[in-house]
Write a protein that binds this ligand. Structure first.
Ligand code: ZN
Ligand code: ZN
Length: 420
């Protein structure tokens, strides 16, 4: 037997209703917030993620699926979507068409991470990006969208929106040095990864999950205390707008995000419901990314929702069952089958979920099948019914039986009554 590749998982039909529910709710809100769907390729040139995400990040250093294709090009399977969407934005000159470009993308990402419970190498995200405007009210609006999606899906009671500001090109380097000095003083307590990161990417030490590192991080100098005046007042405005948008939130100075392109406001939607504290969604501002990838100087902000985690939370709250047929046609004999096929077809074309027996089984076994599928009505058609031009209908819920004309109109009428 051939099994799926480690870290890759099937999403089976019993589970897809949860995914559909999540994505439908998200799409509905994205549409009303003015977002349009963009679809990006799985493969990109490796260089894109190297320059976009940053060559010293965990993702680029250790986690990417990279290979040489048959033409000798070094390519990577996208580990996240923002760099790809920025590439598409630049390549297609979308800034000329959409001065405020609001896009979303739903699809799988690929990271070669250590496999552990709940962490997959192919995982799915709902990505949301806005290019073209830097404004505190827009930042709050993007977080409001995230909050509203969580609310609409029904998981907002289990999540916290944590917000931070990680400074700009002016104030971050100053803080960075202050942090390096502090971390050096506490070098002994840090894990090996953090010691290695210390000079190259010290902010990541604030994000380390190891207990000793967390202790060091908690008493570290806070970026929010070292913001320049411009960043500080901008952040205050964002917080004020979050209140106007009625988005519950907390300020957490330890939120830094693991990707180099972030600057300014960053945020995470976290939960304690899935074992250790984890982010269900995360995002932030990336005002230099488009320019760094060779595009115009265009600011941006966005976030990604981890669909696996959102689905896990949804499952804790809601039971979604696969759809059940309205009609199950239990036909006895070929003549009955041939008479019923056009009726079944017409019902299906009109959007009524209808099943029909193809194997010539006994009535008893067909009724069992109707029951198993949770059909609302079992429709029985045998020789007698054919002669009379009527069908015997069993209401499986009320356990009642009646007969109706054997015509698509009669069944459609019954279906309409059901909808009402
Ligand atoms: Zn600043
Ligand atoms: Zn550490």
């Amino acid at each position: 037997m051939i099994k799926a590749v480690k870290g890759f998982k099937d999403i089976l039909p019993d589970e897809t209703p949860y995914w559909q529910f999540l994505e439908e709710k998200a799409r509905k809100l994205l549409k009303s917030f003015g977002f349009r769907e963009i679809r990006i390729p799985v493969l990109e040139k490796l260089e894109l993620f190297d320059r976009g995400i940053g060559s010293t990040t965990d993702i680029v250093e250790k986690e990417m699926y990279t290979f040489k294709d048959k033409g000798g090009n070094l390519v990577a399977m996208r580990p996240e979507a923002t760099a790809s969407i920025a590439r598409a934005y630049i390549e297609n000159a979308l800034h000329l068409k959409d001065p405020l470009g609001k896009y979303y993308f739903i699809g799988p990402m690929f990271r070669y991470e250590r496999p552990q419970a709940g962490r997959l190498r192919q995982f799915n995200q709902i990505n949301v990006e806005v290019f073209g405007t830097k404004s505190s009210s827009l930042d709050a609006e993007v977080m409001a969208l995230l909050h509203n999606i969580a609310d609409e899906v029904g998981i907002s009671d289990g999540v916290t929106l944590e917000v931070n500001h990680i400074g700009c090109k002016k104030c971050r380097p100053i803080y960075r040095q202050i942090l390096i000095n502090y971390l050096n003083q506490n070098r002994e307590a840090l894990c090996e990864d953090c010691r290695k990161r210390l000079e190259r990417n010290p902010l990541r030490a604030l994000d380390c999950k190891r207990q000793n590192c967390r202790r060091v991080a908690l008493s570290a100098p806070k970026l929010t205390d070292h913001l320049c005046d411009e960043c500080r007042s901008y952040f205050e405005e964002v917080i004020e707008y979050l209140q106007i948008y009625q988005v519950p939130h907390v300020i957490n100075p330890l939120i830094v995000r693991g990707l180099d392109y972030y600057t300014g406001v960053v945020f995470e939607l976290t939960t304690t419901e899935l074992g250790a504290q984890s982010a269900v969604a995360a995002g932030g501002r990336y005002d230099y990314l488009v320019e760094e990838l060779g595009g115009p100087s265009v600011p941006g902000i966005g976030f990604a929702i981890g669909e696996e985690r959102a689905v896990a939370m949804l499952k804790n709250r809601k039971k979604l069952t696969p759809p059940a047929p309205l009609f199950f046609f239990a036909v006895l004999g070929d003549a009955a089958k041939k008479k019923c096929i056009p009726i079944v077809l017409e019902l299906r074309k009109r959007g009524v979920y209808t099943e029909m027996e193809h194997e010539n089984r006994s009535l008893k076994s067909q009724m069992r099948k109707a029951n198993r599928l949770k059909a609302r009505y079992a429709v029985m058609v045998g020789e007698d019914e054919l002669e009379k031009g009527r069908a015997v209908v069993r209401d499986m819920e009320k356990k009642e039986q009646f007969d109706i004309e054997l015509s698509s109109e009669a069944f459609l009428k019954l279906a309409e009554e059901e909808v009402r």
